[in-house]
Design a protein around this ligand. Structure first.
Ligand SMILES: Cc1cc2nc3c(=O)[nH]c(=O)nc-3n(C[C@H](O)[C@H](O)[C@H](O)COP(=O)(O)O)c2cc1C
Length: 182
C-alpha cells in the first residue's frame, strides 16, 4: 500500500481536505494527515482521523512511542507528500526552510519523493509578489504546484486563488504515484 502524507492548513478550503482524504483512502492509499494549528480552526482532527482511519498529527512534541521521532518516521515512510489546501503562510515557511511545527518539520525532512502543493488563498494574497516568489522557489526545489482556480472567493471577490478541484488534486496525486513507484 502506498503512503501519502497530506498536510492541511488554515484556509477556508480546509473542509475540502475531508473529501480528498476520503477519496484517497477509498482508492486504497494509506493517508497520514498532518493538521496545522490554523487548520484546526477550520476542520477537526476527528473528521480527518475518521476518514483516514489513522491518527491525525497536530503536535510535534507529542511523541507516542519513545523510540520513534514522528516527523522523521513519517517522512521516511512517505511515497508522496501533498499539502492541500496550502496557505500563503505555509508556502512562505517551507520556501524559507522554517520548521516550527509538525507539518513544516516533516516538509524539511522530505526527500526523493513527489511533493505537491495546492495553494488556496484570496487573490490579493495569491498575486502578492512575495507569495509568487516563494512558489517559484518551491518549484525550484522540486515541488509541483497544483494551480488554483479563478472563482468567487470566500470574501465575495472574484479572482484566482481558490483551491483546485478535488478531482484535479486527486488526479495529480495518483498520476505521480503511478509514474514513480517506490
Ligand atoms: C476566515 C479565514 C479564512 C482564511 N483563509 C485563508 C486562505 O484561504 N488562505 C491563506 O493563505 N490564509 C487564510 N487565512 C489566514 C491563515 O489562517 C493564517 O495565515 C494562519 O496563520 C495559517 O496558519 P497555517 O499556515 O499554519 O495553517 C484565513 C484566515 C481566516 C480567519
Amino acid at each position: 500500500m502506498k503512503n501519502i502524507v497530506l498536510g492541511v492548513t488554515g484556509s477556508i478550503a480546509a473542509y475540502k481536505a475531508a473529501e480528498i482524504t476520503n477519496t484517497l483512502t477509498k482508492l486504497g492509499y494509506n493517508v497520514d494527515v498532518i493538521l496545522t494549528k490554523g487548520g484546526m480552526e477550520f476542520i477537526t482532527p476527528l473528521t480527518l482521523q475518521t476518514l483516514s482511519k489513522n491518527r491525525v498529527y497536530t503536535d510535534m512534541f507529542q511523541l507516542e512511542y519513545p523510540r520513534e521521532v514522528k516527523h522523521i518516521s513519517l517522512s521516511k515512510k512517505a511515497d508522496l507528500f501533498v499539502i492541500a489546501p496550502a496557505t500563503a503562510n505555509i508556502i512562505g515557511k517551507i520556501a524559507n526552510g522554517i520548521g516550527d511545527d509538525m507539518l513544516t518539520s516533516v516538509a524539511l525532512a522530505m526527500t526523493g519523493i513527489p511533493m505537491l502543493i495546492a495553494p488556496a488563498m484570496n487573490t490579493r494574497m495569491y498575486e502578492n509578489s512575495i507569495v509568487q516568489e516563494n512558489m517559484e522557489k518551491l518549484k525550484k526545489h522540486g515541488y509541483q504546484i497544483i494551480e488554483p482556480r479563478a472563482a468567487m472567493l470566500a470574501d465575495g471577490e472574484l479572482g484566482k486563488g481558490a483551491l483546485a478541484d478535488v478531482d484535479r488534486i486527486v488526479q495529480a496525486i495518483t498520476e505521480n504515484l503511478q509514474e514513480k513507484p517506490k
